[in-house]
Design a protein around this ligand. Sequence first.
Ligand code: ADP
Ligand code: GLC
Length: 486
Amino acid sequence: MHIVFAASECVPFAKTGGLADVVGALPPHLVKLGHEVTVYLPLYARVRPHIKGEWKYAARSITIPFTYYNRFVGVVDGGKRDGVQYYFVDCPELFDRQELYGIRGGDYPDNAERFGLFCRAVLEATKLLGVPQVFHVHDWQTALIPIYLRTVYAADPMLNHAGVVLTIHNAGYQGKFPPSTTEQLLFPWDLFTLDKVEQFNDFNFLKGGLVYSDVLTTVSRKYAEEIQTAEFGERLDSVLRGRAADLRGILNGVDYAQWDPATDGNLAAHYTPENLAGKQECRADLLHAFGLEKVAASTPVIGIVSRFATQKGFDLVEQIAAKLSDRDVAVVALGSGEPVYEKFFRDWAFWNKGNVAAQIRYDDALAHKIEAGADMFLMPSKYEPCGLNQIYSLKYGTVPVVRATGGLDDTIEEWNAEQGTGTGFKFYGYEAADLLAAIDRALDAFQNKKAWKRLMRNGMARNYSWEQPAREYAAVYEEVARRRVS
Ligand code: ADP
Ligand code: GLC
């Protein structure tokens, strides 16, 4: 079967979060199952260095109409990697920018036009380069594909048999734009109603995608349940409940070719569950990278790697920061995003030199070093559709301390010292005291070296590779394709 992925992020070309890891890893696994997969991505400034030699255009000038003007986009052939065909949608005036979505935590003011153009360009490009049986689109940035497909393009004989699967990686980001977007993107005004794209007087990209896709998936079973409730649904819960029969939870896999301490090229030393010695070297290397060389060998190190967004729960960490600084523990944090959290981490490190250190930026190599060198990994998320870092942590023998929500709840099992079972520490209420209690349980457990090793190895033995989820997605595509022809 031919599947077209349209996404706003994809490793190794452009990444701000886990979406890029998923869109980078799932397609090659589908190819292994015998499917043909094409991935479309905007040609951002950071994609340019990945295009080697002279650019080869698969299409030179596709016309994308707007209310009073046209834009003309090219499609650059990114070639095949691991059997997957990549195409980059070239529209320099919209995509040749420093960032993907906006600068300093804000959004570019023309994001509706940027991703509207991208979605329409993908549909037009497939008519030249191959219409798939199924489009697999991801989050609000590509949610206009199903909307276009079932409205403006509904009568197109080349496209109207194609099915659409929309994966919700994060319901907290919906792509909300003013009503005038309807006209700007040349949709008929009758689309702007509450049963279609309108949501609280916004043109809501994600909502339209939920209405018009054949099947919806999200990235863990727990989150599939949660988003149907008012607490987690981000005001789309009633729409999601309405589509419950077509909503699936498929837990993300992780790419062990990139994330395995036995082979990871970013580490000072390698290690395996059988021989953990290299982890000590990784810890020393990590402490050096953060200027924390004086931390005692007996002191546990907590690692954090994250987008600094409200979703990630760092307001809870802020509430317990003073208490944590009094305990025998070191903290290393890597992240960037909302200024309030950047400031909190900078200040926390400033007042606790020698024990707490933070690097406010995006740094893939350092993220790997933290996974390997820390003893514990902290994710106190308010909500977490899947979360990849806790799954990486398991593989690296770095014990996760997480809030029991979404994929964190699905992947981490509470440590049971009597039985020697479990992989980490979980807390339930979104409360600072509950977070502190979970960290205290972890710090306690760390004192018993033998038990701690058992706990590390329990996590390292878990397998979250892509084989199983890739098969689940393939089954969804088959189902959608069957529905479309019948
Ligand atoms: P989300 O997609 O919500 O950000 P995930 O846990 O699914 O959360 O994925 C985050 C991904 O982004 C991981 O691969 C993580 O290592 C990476 N990441 C996040 N922040 C940084 C950073 N500052 N530097 C390097 N990698 C980061
Ligand atoms: C989103 C979610 C994260 C998930 C990732 C990949 O960014 O916040 O939990 O792991 O998408 O699906």
